[in-house]
Design a protein around this ligand. Structure first.
Ligand code: 6PG
Length: 476
């Protein structure tokens, strides 16, 4: 065969990735379970480059130059396993299978191991940027062997988004590392979206401003530190008017947020690792709360607010406070996400370069943002940085907005506006910087009721007090 790369699974993401490869001059083998999709791709996009269409998996594999590079772009879970099972007997030593779907990283670890036993490379790769990104340049987060990256890297870097000429694609780490990083990307995406939603709600309730007016505020914010894809589309969405009713579009959308599960996986993994990713967790739970229809029905009529009506006196100052609170909370959410990457990297021996992750998220992906440059710089200053918040740039940036952040969270509580992500991020900030935490009391309680022992501030060792007896202390 002669094709440079193949794509099987030609729903919109696979189709757009195949077109992206073709537009960059690669000969692209294409295959889909139902032949109609393959035909329509070649009919509609054939002029964009060179496609080699196959109706059977065997012909598809045979059309590829070795080592074969096969991108699998089907639904995560069972469908991905089914395609891999069909592919493996057709492949030869050194060929590379690339799973570009949103797979759960433990599945990727399992599949990589299984394919390695067949002498094949398995590359689980995160691809972010939706349909548009897949076609015009996504952010790409490939895992797997380094050797596979020497073959695959140049092609992926070619089709990835570029920022200042630098591709938004780099080798992430072994086996599940790529899909893990994509998962955390999505968790951060949830946190970013929730923070923006809370900022919008505060402006709406505090100022009594219209969606349109708030859209204009977001558009203005998008020219500063907050500049990002999500802020930009928020401005756009808030300006949109529903054609049927003439109302602001955001007012005709049902307020029950859904998810496909990557945020939930991120939170589950945060719990497994014991890393406090409270921003992501609150964002995920906020979606769950919004979707809890019976609970909301019961609460809406029964639970009083006992809160003061809200009318902000100095509107400009309040807008600036919310902007600063949003930025500070966003820094916390990213700081927590990068902590999670560090912990998983250590646990799995992935050796993930966090600065490089921020670099490849600067373009193409959903969380692309100007401030990611700052994260890359922070990890360049100190690759072992234990806490992103403790990097001088971020410490200063947050400190500058700290008073505003406290005012916003306090006002939200006073007036009964829920800001789970804003408030929990501030609580995290105050918790992580505390000289002493009431965790000491927790330890004493645990020792009291369960003889779970404690350590002391003044001596090494593990101790237990005879709480029900004479309260003597013994070394455990
Ligand atoms: C991306 C997105 C993409 C998808 C999310 C949506 O990076 O391109 O993150 O992967 O849009 O999975 O997630 P929910 O449906 O869970 O909100």
């Amino acid at each position: 065969g002669t094709a440079d790369i193949g794509v099987t699974g030609l729903a919109v993401m696979g189709r757009n990735l195949a077109r992206n490869f073709a537009r960059h001059g690669y000969t692209v083998a294409v295959h889909n379970r139902s032949v109609a999709k393959t035909r329509s791709l070649v009919e509609e996009a054939g002029h964009e480059g060179t496609f080699v269409a196959s109706e059977s998996m065997a012909d598809f594999v045979a059309s590829l130059a070795r080592p074969r590079k096969v991108v699998v772009m089907v639904k995560a879970g069972g469908p991905t396993d089914a395609v891999i099972e069909e592919l493996v007997p057709l492949l030869e030593q050194g060929d590379i299978v690339i799973d570009a779907g949103n797979a759960h990283f433990p599945d990727t670890i399992r599949r990589e191991k299984a394919l390695r036993a067949h002498g094949l490379h398995f590359v689980g790769t995160g691809v972010s940027g939706g349909e548009e990104g897949a076609l015009n340049g996504p952010s790409i987060m490939p895992g797997g062997t380094r050797e596979s990256y020497t073959w695959l890297g140049p092609i992926l870097e070619d089709i990835a988004a570029k920022v200042d000429g630098v591709p938004c694609c780099t080798y992430v780490g072994p086996d599940g590392a790529g899909h893990f990083v994509k998962m955390v990307h999505n968790g951060i995406e949830y946190a970013d979206m929730q923070l923006i939603a809370e900022a919008y709600d505060l402006l709406r309730q505090g100022l009594g401003a219209s969606a349109q007016e708030i859209g204009e505020i977001f558009a203005r914010w998008n020219t500063g530190d907050l500049e990002s894809f999500l802020i930009e589309i928020t401005a756009d969405v808030l300006g949109h008017v529903d054609a049927k009713t003439g109302q602001a579009f955001v007012d005709v959308v049902l307020d029950q947020a859904e998810q496909k599960g990557t945020g939930r996986w991120t939170v589950q993994n945060g719990l497994d690792l014991g890393v406090p990713i409270t921003g992501i967790a609150e964002a995920t739970f906020a979606r769950a709360l919004s979707g809890g229809v019976p609970q909301r029905e019961a609460a809406r009529s029964a639970l009083p607010a006992d809160a003061e009506p809200w009318s902000v006196p100095d509107r400009e100052a309040f807008v600036e406070d919310v902007r600063l609170a949003l930025y500070a909370s966003k820094v916390v959410a990213y700081s927590q996400g990068f902590d999670q990457i560090a912990a998983a990297s250590a646990e799995n021996g992935w050796d993930i370069d966090r600065g490089a992750m921020a670099r490849i998220w600067r373009g193409g992906c959903i969380i692309r943002a100007r401030f990611l440059n700052r994260i890359t710089e922070a990890y360049e200053r100190d690759p072992q940085l234990p806490l992103l918040l403790a990097d001088p740039y971020f410490t200063d940036a947050v400190a500058g907005g700290l008073a505003a952040w406290r005012r916003v969270v306090a006002a939200a509580a006073t007036h009964g506006v829920p800001t789970p992500a804003f408030s929990s991020s501030l609580a995290y900030y105050d918790g992580v910087r505390a000289q002493r935490l009431p965790a000491a009391l927790i330890q004493a309680q645990r020792d009291f009721f369960g003889a779970h022992t404690y350590r002391r501030v003044d001596r090494d060792g593990t101790f237990h007090t005879e709480w029900s007896g004479d309260r003597t202390e013994s070394e455990a």
